[in-house]
Design a binder for this molecule. Structure first.
Ligand code: DGL
Length: 275
């Protein structure tokens, strides 16, 4: 067993996880972080279960090879399609002391508290919607809550192509938010269950009823990590504290640096990784 300290790994298929990393670093600035975006193979949202699992496991192994003991899948699609297998099948074989956490459980644990009508809308990628993960997880914590899901397959491509602020994006924002609200007029809380979607927040607000609570995951996931590290001092003790973040991408570093600033809120300098 490797007892050296390592960075906390934060993973996404592309840039979306940076919206989560930003909040994590805000709440836990003292730690060392490595962010990996699998941009060369993104988006994951339209890919099969097997493919997302295979890609995610490869990336998790990369983090472990860099010495990380704790990896956060800051991607709903990877959390929905790969996390359970990795936790139950792979970790016992790789190293039982390693930890991989996702974003669906911490979000599901808290989301029911936001809704008065107990009708919650979930906007997510095709992959996350088809997995039914939010319906299953929210039911565990809030059996009284009804969950309505809407897949938004065009949103990640719009965001990744930096088209999310332009007029053309309105068509698909209106299309998917209307489709969600058609499922129940009682929806009073809408979860942005894809780490890319906070970038579309302004437009999503315009097309949802004015008093709808729109919930992004960054703060929720970050607070849950704070709590996790307090409850697991043995894992916290293995995490480096150098107040430092490094960025890695499986695609062009130039493209990554250009786009990442939009998601992370400050300029970054990435390094290329071949998996
Ligand atoms: N950001 C990812 C998520 O939270 C999805 C992006 C993708 O489709 O690759 O689901």
């Amino acid at each position: 067993m490797n007892t050296n300290k390592g960075a906390i790994g934060v993973f996404d298929s592309g840039y979306g996880g940076l919206t989560v990393l930003k909040e994590i670093v805000h709440q836990l600035p003292e730690y060392t972080y490595m962010y990996l975006g699998d941009n060369a193979r993104s988006p994951y949202g339209t890919r099969s279960f097997e493919t997302v699992y295979h890609y995610t496991l490869q990336c998790v192994n990369w983090f472990f090879n860099q010495g990380c003991h704790l990896v956060i899948l800051a991607c709903n699609t990877a959390s929905a399609k790969a996390l359970r297998n990795i936790q139950q099948k792979d970790l016992p074989l790789i190293d039982e002391s390693k930890r991989v956490l996702g974003v669906i459980r911490p979000t599901s644990e808290i989301i029911g508290n936001y809704s008065e009508t107990k009708h919650i809308g979930v906007l997510a990628t095709n992959g996350t919607v088809q997995s039914g993960s939010y319906v299953i997880e929210i039911e565990k914590f809030y059996p009284e809550v009804k969950v309505f899901q809407q897949a938004c397959p065009m949103w990640v491509p719009l965001i990744e192509n930096n088209e999310h602020k332009n007029k053309g994006a309105d068509f698909f924002v209106k299309e998917y938010t209307n489709a969600l609200m058609k499922q129940s007029e009682m929806i009073d809380t809408v979860l942005l269950a894809c780490t890319h979607y906070p970038l579309l927040l302004k437009k999503i607000k315009e097309y949802l009823p004015a008093d709808t609570k729109i919930i992004s995951q960054g703060e929720i996931v970050a607070s849950s990590l704070v709590d996790y590290l307090q409850r697991h001092p043995e894992i916290a003790a293995k995490c480096l504290k150098e107040n430092k973040v490094s960025f890695y991408t499986t695609d062009s570093t130039e493209d990554f640096d250009k786009h990442a600033a939009i998601f992370y809120g400050q300029t970054v300098q990435s390094m290329h990784v071949d998996l």
